[in-house]
Design a protein around this ligand. Structure first.
Ligand SMILES: *[C@@H]1O[C@H](CO)[C@@H](O)[C@H](O)[C@H]1NC(C)=O
Length: 458
């Protein structure tokens, strides 16, 4: 019976995924995007979006996306889906990429899924949305938001998803499963996979609670450690006193008993003295921390329609201190294959982007190294010139019968010194840059390992 049911469920799932539908596939390949997207008129002076492939890319056409172009601006723009999505029976996939070429100090790059019947002209930060999803960065505070609106209130996830912080393109996918579960993917890797919404959103009260009528039994032992009963203080333990007269102290020869009083030997800490310390052992009777037994929570209410929506559009409603975010390949679909196609494309391009970044970083390092050498050489030259000038001034002050031979000699010496110092400076700078680079690489790898461990933990 159970097996048949399971098979039937699987069959339905298979049919559902095969019959998936794509409601938005926006890859910004043409100028007609302006006809598809509506800029809000709810606010003046909104930041401008423009098509851009960025300053570096693996594939210019693939890389072209919608870029924010003005600093310190609000951005508000939206596009309708081809049909209203009802995600109560199917997986809903929202996926897109963001490239942050200029390091973002404070700004969002998230999407808002807008409810059926939303008003594109009136769209603004206060407009009700169904789901908000994507990176948000401000100072050290950075997270990938997953916010669900439920009965007019916005619920943030309790789980922390850090935002990858570099200049390459990153891919974000949220899948909302109809059975109150969700999956989140960053750069093709699962951060969570079919995790229950109940675990990560506070919209639910806990299912159980500690029984208020349950009491700790009187014989419950929760003392973890006790004094070792076999460790007994020897009777003569305190016989050695704590202070003794200093054996090296001597009465000063000029001590005057009449004026100074009777001389007393000063005391010192007895090196043989030992404080008695009892030994502790684990309590064999320890039962653990007492906890009341759990009973069903009468306040628990199921929310089977939490995360179920009728979605009509996608909006970008942002505030950015630094512009330059490039949004691309925005997909809203119930067909995983369509979203997967873009993951494959992203993977190929990402590998190339990383190579480009590495090459440009190496070139920058080389540039810095050269600048350092040039600066060091210039500093030496300046110093030498100053010394020369000083010497000339000193010479002018001397009598005119100075021997001309001497001058030539010192010139030669100077030439030699110059050569030597140049060589030294080069060597030094080389060593320094090597050391620095090593340090940086070490730091970076540490950071990466931390990041990876975090992700693994998730
Ligand atoms: C861009 O999107 C259109 C659908 O809007 C699709 O037909 C086309 O294949 C996409 N291009 C790429 C490079 O994926």
């Amino acid at each position: 019976m159970k097996a048949t049911l399971l098979l039937a469920t699987l069959a339905i799932a298979a049919v559902a995924s095969a019959a998936g539908q794509t409601f938005l596939e926006e890859n910004f390949t043409d100028d007609a995007w302006e006809d598809r997207w509506t800029t809000s008129s709810a606010r003046e002076n909104l930041g401008k979006f423009e098509l851009s492939s960025g300053t570096f890319h693996a594939n210019k056409d693939h890389a072209q996306g919608l870029q924010t172009t003005e600093n310190h601006r609000f951005y508000s723009i939206s596009t309708p889906l081809s049909a209203v999505v009802d995600n109560s029976k199917e997986d809903l996939i929202v996926q897109y990429t963001v490239k942050q070429e200029v390091s973002q100090e404070c700004g969002g790059s998230y999407l808002k899924l807008l409810p059926e019947g939303y008003d594109a002209k009136a769209f603004n930060g206060d407009s009700e949305y169904a789901i908000m999803f994507g990176p948000d960065v401000c100072g050290n505070d950075n997270r990938i938001h997953v916010i669900f609106n439920y009965k007019g209130k916005n619920y943030l996830t309790k789980r922390e998803f850090p935002v990858p912080r570099d200049t390459t393109t990153h891919l974000y996918r949220l899948t909302v499963h109809p059975d109150q579960k969700y999956s989140l993917m960053v750069d093709g890797e699962a951060m969570v996979d079919h995790v229950s919404l109940e675990a990560d959103w506070d919209v639910y009260e806990p299912r159980t609670m500690p029984d208020p009528d349950d009491a700790k039994p009187e014989d419950w032992v929760d003392v973890i450690q006790i004094e070792d009963p076999d460790h007994i203080k020897p009777e003569n333990f305190d016989d050695v006193t704590r202070y003794i007269p200093d054996p090296e102290a001597k009465k000063p020869e000029d001590w005057d008993e009449e004026a100074d009083g009777e001389w007393e030997t000063p005391e010192i800490m007895n090196p043989e003295f030992e404080e008695w310390t009892p030994k502790y052992i684990s309590n064999p009777a320890y039962k653990g921390e007492w906890k009341a037994k759990e009973i069903p929570n009468p306040d628990f209410v199921d929310h089977p329609d939490f995360s179920h929506y009728k979605i009509g559009g996608v909006g970008l409603d942002l505030w950015q201190v630094k512009s330059g975010s490039i949004f691309d390949d925005i997909i809203v679909t119930t067909d995983a294959e369509v979203a997967d196609k873009y993951v494959g494309q992203w993977k190929e391009n990402f590998a190339k982007e990383k190579e480009l970044v590495a090459a440009s970083e190496a070139a920058k390092e080389e540039e810095v190294r050269k600048e350092k050498i040039a600066a060091a050489v210039a500093a030496r030259q300046k110093k030498e010139e100053e010394e020369k000038k000083k010497k000339e001034e000193e010479r002018d002050e001397l009598d005119d019968d100075e021997e001309p031979e001497k001058v030539t000699e010192s010139k030669e010496t100077k030439e030699e010194t110059k050569e030597e110092t140049k060589e030294e400076t080069k060597e030094e700078t080389k060593e320094e840059t090597k050391e620095e680079t090593k340090e940086e690489v070490k730091k970076e790898t540490k950071e990466e390992v931390k990041e990876e461990t975090k992700r693994d933990e998730l």
